[in-house]
Design a protein around this ligand. Structure first.
Ligand code: DAT
Length: 174
């Protein structure tokens, strides 16, 4: 019996925009598998050195890609990461870049315990739409979509939209 084809979805954007919140709920509603790259790296210690400036380990991108490649080939994955140009383009059928207003993001990151340069740099990353531009360069522009992620209403609207897209994609490919 042939397995049902399911899409791979990338959720990306500056830390704090709501990728994890959306991704986990999306997995519940669609039955797709949620993968948090930060958690995966931590579990497998997929690191290559330590960044003194930001006080965090540096991701070993090659090992992350190797670790996931087989699963991604099977399909049905929701990947959550605050970067997007480390993954093979062929992995994803759609890319969502979540966007949050600066003041809102500042508050969220502050309550996460970010301060000083780390807080400033992340808010600036959002102001300069760094991840959106990274996504537009790394993937075909037609598959890159921005999602506003400021309020619970935004979250619900995004959920409904992505669930609907997933159902349509699955219908079209089976
Ligand atoms: P990320 O995974 O992008 O770092 P998160 O899912 O952990 O972000 O969310 C960061 C915080 O913001 C968390 O406290 C939940 C809250 N949040 C997420 N999406 C939201 C939304 N649409 N409206 C209001 N708050 C939201």
């Amino acid at each position: 019996m042939k397995m049902k084809k399911l899409p791979n979805i990338l959720l990306t954007g500056t830390p704090g925009v709501g990728k994890t919140t959306l991704g986990k709920e999306l997995a519940q509603r669609t039955g797709l598998t949620y993968i948090n790259i930060g958690d995966l790296a931590k579990e497998g210690e997929l690191y290559d050195g330590y960044d003194e400036e930001y006080q965090c380990p540096i991701l070993d991108e090659d090992r992350v890609v190797d670790e996931l490649d087989e699963k991604m080939e099977e399909g049905g994955m929701i990947v959550d990461y605050h970067g997007c140009d480390l993954f093979p383009e062929r992995w994803f059928h759609i890319v969502f870049v979540l966007r949050t207003d600066n003041t809102q993001l500042y508050t969220r990151l502050e309550s996460r315990g970010y301060n000083g340069k780390k807080l400033q740099d992340n808010v600036q990353c959002e102001i300069f739409q760094t991840i959106y531009e990274e996504a537009m360069e790394a993937y075909s522009e037609e598959i890159v979509h921005q999602l506003p992620s400021n309020t619970p209403e935004d979250l619900e609207r995004n959920l409904e939209q992505v669930v609907q897209w997933t159902e349509q994609w699955t219908k079209d490919h089976n």
